[in-house]
Design a protein around this ligand. Structure first.
Ligand code: CO8
Length: 382
């Protein structure tokens, strides 16, 4: 299908008319994170000294800032709570439970991102018909986070939560696109409140550095109701393929077997090497096929706003898609400051790096992660 056909054949043109970003004020550098981790290692090895010497327990090894930056490109991460994560006796964010009458943490983050997105799109809460919360982990099963956010914003209509791990935002954009296209809603908010520090094992050297916290919000509506400067969604493409290489077994059935409560598999776990090897070709293939099906030559693309998990991964995917080395201007990096923020990563990149787009310029927002899941959205500035 060519771009021209896609415009004429399928009713109203749908756009992303605004985005918003909430960044927690607290940030942890690699050195700070590693310093705490290494104190934890010293304590652990001291406590288990006899077993380690007897060969019945493995000594833990130090982490290293140099390794983290070289292996991932991450230099720091924003978090909802820093003191708990950096306390070697705790190694988890300290986030006190709140009264049911008070706003939840995810709702609070979401409102800040939504307010910016609405301003960006020149919209009021009364213009919104639906709220989709799309992220890796919900703070509770119910009532839906989206309904709490809807209520807090004074939005009529409906809201629901969805989860496709790191691909939640792009899958959410497709749902919003179809919803507006079908006429079920005029204007949809997709919100991605990611508190990754809540499900990361800060005692595991292999992954303690990977994630950060953030919230993004996206306004999706028809082109004819949008203010100028919106980005038309030319095409969305989704793919999932089951893999156990990124997994978290935390869930409501955990209490059915008390022996597993608090076990290591109830937090994020991955086989990073395998993920890297398997996901890179899948993502590059999906984007290349999608562009080819749309009749868009890669020299017509100004930018790739990719999921932010690993710098080398993004450089490799960009190179495979474009057929050449790609500059940071063409494939922007935000994971140095934010680390992996799951579904929000590609949206932070899109939020920060699109002001230089001229009418007609095109780019691709693409996310990928657990599932496996891949979502790619081709956009063009109107
Ligand atoms: N410090 C020092 N050394 C280390 C450290 C450390 N912190 N960690 C590991 N090492 C050592 C290892 O033990 C290993 O030693 P040896 O060679 O002796 O065995 C050596 O360094 C190399 O280790 P790796 O092979 O693991 O290193 P890699 O080069 O593969 O880098 C990465 C590790 C950075 C994890 C890399 O593999 C990667 O980024 N892979 C891609 C992963 C990815 O994209 N995952 C997506 C997951 S996110 C997602 O989908 C969302 C899930 C839902 C959100 C969950 C939120 C919590």
């Amino acid at each position: 299908m060519t771009i021209q056909q896609s415009e004429s054949a399928s009713g109203p043109r749908i756009v992303i008319s605004g985005t918003g970003l909430f960044t927690p004020s607290e940030s942890i550098s690699n050195d700070e994170l590693v310093n705490t981790f290494n104190q934890y290692v010293d304590r652990y090895n001291e406590q288990h000294k006899a077993d380690i010497e007897a060969g019945t327990c493995e000594a833990l090894e130090y982490s290293s800032s140099a390794f983290i930056e070289k292996a991932s490109g991450i230099k720091s991460r924003h978090v909802v709570n820093k003191s708990g994560v950096l306390d070697p006796g705790r190694m988890a964010p300290a986030i006190p439970e709140r009264d049911n009458e008070d706003q939840s943490v995810q709702c609070e983050m979401a409102i800040k991102a939504i307010e910016e997105a609405l301003k960006n799109a020149n919209k009021q809460a009364s213009d919104i018909d639906a709220v989709i919360v799309a992220c890796s982990n919900m703070q509770r099963p119910y009532p839906a986070m989206a309904i709490e956010i809807q209520n807090a914003m004074g939005i009529k209509g409906y809201g629901f939560d969805m989860n496709v791990a790191c691909s939640s935002a792009t899958f959410g954009i497709e749902v919003a696109y179809n919803t507006v296209k079908a006429g079920s809603a005029r204007c949809v908010l997709v919100v991605n409140p990611e508190i990754c520090s809540g499900h990361l094992d800060f005692c595991d050297r292999d992954c303690h550095f990977i994630f950060g916290d953030v919230c993004t919000a996206i306004v999706v509506e028809a082109a004819d109701t949008a203010a100028s400067g919106a980005f038309e969604i030319l095409d969305t493409r989704l793919q999932t393929q089951f893999s156990n290489n990124i997994r978290n077994n935390f869930g409501f059935l955990n209490r059915g077997d008390e022996s597993g409560i608090g076990a290591r598999d109830k937090l994020f776990k991955q086989n990073g090497r395998k993920v890297f090897k398997e996901v890179v070709p899948m993502v590059a293939e999906q984007m290349s096929q999608q562009l080819s099906d749309m009749g868009i030559a890669t020299d017509k693309l100004k930018r790739l706003w990719l999921h932010q998990a690993n710098l080398s991964m993004n450089q490799l995917i960009s190179k495979k898609v474009m057929g050449r080395d790609v500059s940071e201007d063409e494939s922007p990096v935000i994971l140095d400051e934010y680390a992996n923020t799951s579904s929000a990563g590609s949206i932070i990149a899109f939020h920060r790096y699109r002001d230089d787009f001229q009418v007609g310029d095109m780019g691709v927002i693409c996310s990928f992660g657990a599932g496996y899941s891949i979502g790619s959205v081709i956009v063009r500035k109107l």
